[in-house]
Design a protein around this ligand. Structure first.
Ligand SMILES: C[S@@+](CC[C@H](N)C(=O)[O-])C[C@H]1O[C@@H](n2cnc3c(N)ncnc32)[C@H](O)[C@@H]1O
Length: 349
């Protein structure tokens, strides 16, 4: 018989803080009730559904029109282009070459390339070939990045025959481009494959690169974590913690986009390696500003495109496969419908 322990009936006491609030009251309520604040989203989190003010909306439209015209001239007809979201179907190394010839420069690239692990969208390469292919497109990205721009690279593990089973890809790639590596961020999640003869993998890495260490965009206040343990703690009479919350640190906990009966995330599309929108939200907010261009050269289901346009940036995506481009367009169209619907409701009430 299963024994029940004292800990099973115990509730975590949450001290009611009436003096000072860190972050929104809603967020603290989630913590008090033991609900994960990074809850499932319905197509997109509410932060992507806000209406921009008239001036910003006009600036976004102007930048989008300018970028789209330049891209049409140098890259040809896009697969899809609407409301700040521009998607090209093709091989990213060829498209990056053409982008280099245009005058378009990118403030932020955020991407997750194939990991060379036999997924349906990759062709197997030797580890040497894989590293040299990655070095090639990372250098291309460097050349199209603005002086104050950033590059966020999400990678996992690969097998090196005879050497290692789960070799962290950052060990192979970290210094294979002219970018300056600012830091590595650990992205950890609760669910994943269960291993039997080793530890179950529960993290991937983000490599946060900048072009110029003296001058890069970093909006810490836009990504502060309101989940602060001791919001009232003072030093020399002053509150220790920023009222917007704490620095979210270099360890991020965001659930993966899950699949399966009764547990599938609502944002799930048919793409097998989709980013959760909340992780991209943090990257986009930290390393770009409204009207900036966000590029994803391995766009897949275009999670970066939803986050970028939802936050008032212009998205440029490259994706090789036609079926993924199609599902990305369907996803964006649904997102736009939800956005329009939410904004209409706000005007009515
Ligand atoms: C890891 S997935 C990216 C998933 C994406 N982050 C998302 O949220 O859906 C990598 C994607 O790169 C695409 N891809 C692979 N090689 C490519 C290439 N040379 N050029 C453009 N896309 C490529 C694959 O088809 C796949 O959709």
């Amino acid at each position: 018989m299963k024994q029940s322990g004292w800990w099973q009936s115990m509730k975590v006491a949450v001290v009611k803080d009436t003096i000072r609030k860190i972050g929104g009251a809603d967020h603290n309520k989630y913590i008090a009730e033991g609900i994960n604040p990074h809850k499932e989203t319905n197509i997109a989190p509410s932060t992507f559904l806000q209406k921009f003010d008239v001036t910003l909306q006009e600036q976004i439209l102007n930048r989008y029109t300018e970028v789209e015209n330049l891209l049409r001239k140098h890259l040809g007809e896009p697969f899809f282009s609407q409301s700040g979201f521009i998607l090209y179907q093709g091989n990213c190394t060829e498209l990056l070459d053409r982008l280099l010839k245009s005058n378009v420069r990118i403030e932020l690239t955020v991407t997750s390339p194939p990991y060379n692990i036999g997924k349906e969208y990759e062709h197997p390469l030797s580890v040497e070939e894989y590293v040299s292919w990655c070095s090639y497109w990372m250098e291309q990205i460097y050349r199209i990045t603005t002086d104050n721009g950033a590059f966020w690279l999400n990678v996992g593990y690969l097998e090196m025959p005879g050497k290692g089973l789960c070799v962290p890809i950052p060990y192979l790639l970290w210094n294979k481009s002219p970018f300056y590596l600012l830091q590595e961020v650990v992205w950890t999640y609760g669910a994943g494959v269960s291993a039997k003869r080793r530890l179950s993998p529960r993290n991937e890495k983000w490599l946060f690169y900048v072009r110029d260490i003296q001058n890069y965009t970093f909006n810490i206040d836009d990504i502060r974590d309101p989940n602060v343990k001791y919001p009232n703690q003072k030093k020399n009479g002053k509150f220790r913690c920023n009222p917007l919350g704490k620095n979210p640190s270099d360890v991020w906990e965001f659930s993966k986009v899950t699949t399966g009966k009764n547990r599938s995330s609502k944002e799930r599309t048919g793409h097998p390696a989709q980013f959760p929108l909340e992780v991209i939200e943090r990257v986009v907010k930290a390393s770009s500003n409204p009207t900036n261009i966000v590029l994803d050269p391995f766009a897949g289901s275009c999670s970066s495109g939803i986050a970028a346009t939802g936050l008032g940036r212009i998205f440029v995506g490259f994706e090789m496969r036609h079926d993924y481009c199609q599902l990305a367009v369907e996803r964006f169209t649904k997102f736009q419908e939800l956005r329009r619907y939410t904004q209409r409701q706000k005007t009515l009430f």
